[in-house]
Design a protein around this ligand. Structure first.
Ligand code: SF4
Length: 115
């Protein structure tokens, strides 16, 4: 599967839940490519803009769509990576803010080899 196929597969499923892909394809497609790289590397699609720990059990919170997407989109209109956004975000009706990391610091540290 390539990024375009992944896009076509996920788009209707996620749109039905109210989540849109970032309309900037020059941003979205590389993130989808990196999801596929992570699938190849780890066996699961861990978040393309976070370091993974490397085991499914420890990374299940950041298997895309991560458990942080719902609160992030609810609060900021976008997930941490801004891969998934809501309609207002895509239409520029809400400010595009940096989304703070919700993943617990211990897991971030462990993924960096510092845990
Ligand atoms: S932050 Fe966005 S791209 Fe990253 S795992 Fe969560 S939903 Fe996927």
């Amino acid at each position: 599967m390539d990024a375009k196929q992944l896009y076509e597969k996920l788009k209707p499923i996620q749109e039905a839940k109210g989540y849109l892909f970032n309309a900037d394809m020059s941003y979205t497609m590389p993130l989808l490519e990196n999801l596929l790289v992570n699938k190849e590397r780890y066996g699961y699609m861990s978040c393309p803009c976070r370091l993974a720990i490397g085991t499914f059990e420890e990374d299940r919170d950041i298997v895309c769509p991560c458990v942080y997407r719902d609160p992030d989109v609810a609060e900021y209109g976008a997930c941490f990576c801004a891969l998934y956004v809501n309609k207002e975000w895509n239409e520029g009706k809400i400010e595009h803010k940096t989304v703070p990391e919700r993943r617990p610091a211990e897991k971030v540290m462990k993924a960096m080899g510092l845990g």
